[in-house]
Ligand binder design. Structure first.
Ligand code: SF4
Length: 358
């Protein structure tokens, strides 16, 4: 594209954006802290779901200082239900880092932003462009799709080399325009107009310049190889109840849900649970599960089995385990599997026990 064509492309895009931009609570925000929080939430979450979490997070931790002063448990509790909990752990760690190394002031250079825990190329570019007006293209899935279609790029977008080519195109397109506006316009355009399936080419202001549209290639671009292998894991949870109390344990290993709590859990195949619990449970293992469910993560399928063990004597606490009142469980951050169990099944068990006591 000639320079004039580039300018005309971006002007058309920004004109479209003026009319169609999505309304979001962080739109127009210039505070890099708030942009950072919104971008981390949106990394793996749809806007509709992230909206409430963003509002709650900012209300609870309105500044870097407040986030750094909070305990990790408090941060995880606000994040509870959103998934990908490493994002919350990294936010907390990065807030402490900003307090220590930048006196609580959000760093203003791309390199310093990119070096924060949990911040990748895309997020650093989004914060740098929207918070500081720096010319860094924020290349996400939406942007890849639009650029590959418009410029007819047929290389695998999972490859770094392809991302580089897309970034170069965006860098040229944003020249002379406000970088934050350009990035947001391109993302919204990909999300609303140039959608993965059935893009609205008939009413597209970029159709005459779009390679994919002119050569009927919208179904073939972008090219994305699928390398994701999904692993299935079985989690067997022991909900031990005695005198209105139960045992929970914090997950401390470098695995999913690190920092969150759960009932003591054995990971093994279903037919081996009995043998594995023989030495650790004081009373007989129940014949049946009280509840079971399936939880899908990006790379893993979790099959969860819950066993209710009513016991006269709790076993000795193991490392990272604590004894808690059933009524206090909501003070702890849990993965969704656990909150679903507590809010549906365990609540009924408690109310049945109370009814019997009367
Ligand atoms: S013409 Fe179609 S494929 Fe091309 S940018 Fe517009 S919506 Fe996307």
């Amino acid at each position: 594209m000639s320079n004039m064509a580039l300018v005309s492309f971006t002007s058309t895009l920004l004109h479209w954006y003026d009319e169609h931009r999505r309304i979001m609570p962080w739109r127009g925000e210039k505070d890099p802290y708030k942009i950072w929080i919104s971008e981390i939430i949106l990394q793996q979450t749809r806007v509709a779901q992230g909206w409430d979490y963003y509002t709650r997070f900012i209300e609870r931790f309105p500044t870097i200082q407040r986030l750094a002063d909070a305990s990790l448990d408090e941060v995880l509790l606000v994040w509870q239900g959103l998934g990908y909990y490493s994002r919350a752990r990294h936010l907390h760690e990065a807030a402490l880092y900003i307090m220590q190394h930048y006196g609580g002031v959000f760093p203003a250079s791309y390199v310093d932003i990119r070096s924060l825990k949990g911040v990748g190329d895309y997020t650093a570019a989004a914060i740098a462009s929207m918070g500081f007006g720096l010319p860094y293209p924020a290349v996400d899935g939406n942007v890849c799709r639009v650029i590959c279609r418009v410029f007819g790029i047929a290389d695998d977008i999972q490859q770094n080399s392809t991302r580089k080519i897309i970034t170069q195109h965006c860098t040229k397109l944003m020249q002379g325009f406000e970088p934050g506006e350009f990035n947001q316009a391109l993302m919204d355009f990909g999300s609303l107009q140039c959608t993965p399936k059935n893009p609205n080419c008939e009413n597209c202001p970029l159709a005459t310049r779009c390679h994919a549209c002119q050569y009927q290639m919208t179904n073939h671009l972008p090219v994305k190889s699928n390398h994701i292998k999904i692993k299935t894991r079985e989690f067997h949870y022991l909900c031990q109840v005695n005198n209105g109390q139960t045992i929970i344990r914090q997950r401390v290993d470098n695995d999913i849900w690190k920092g969150l709590y759960e009932f003591p859990m054995i990971e093994c195949e279903y037919h081996r649970v009995r043998e594995k619990t023989r030495d650790i449970l004081p009373s007989e293992f129940p014949d049946k599960t009280i509840w079971q469910t399936k939880h899908q993560l990006t790379h893993q399928t979790i099959l969860a089995f819950f066993y209710l063990v009513k016991t006269d004597k709790m076993p000795d606490l193991q490392p990272h385990e604590i004894l808690v009142d059933l009524s206090k469980l909501t003070s702890y951050p849990f993965p969704k599997i656990m909150t679903d169990f507590i809010e549906t099944v365990l609540k009924n068990v408690k109310s049945q026990s109370k009814a019997k006591a009367k």
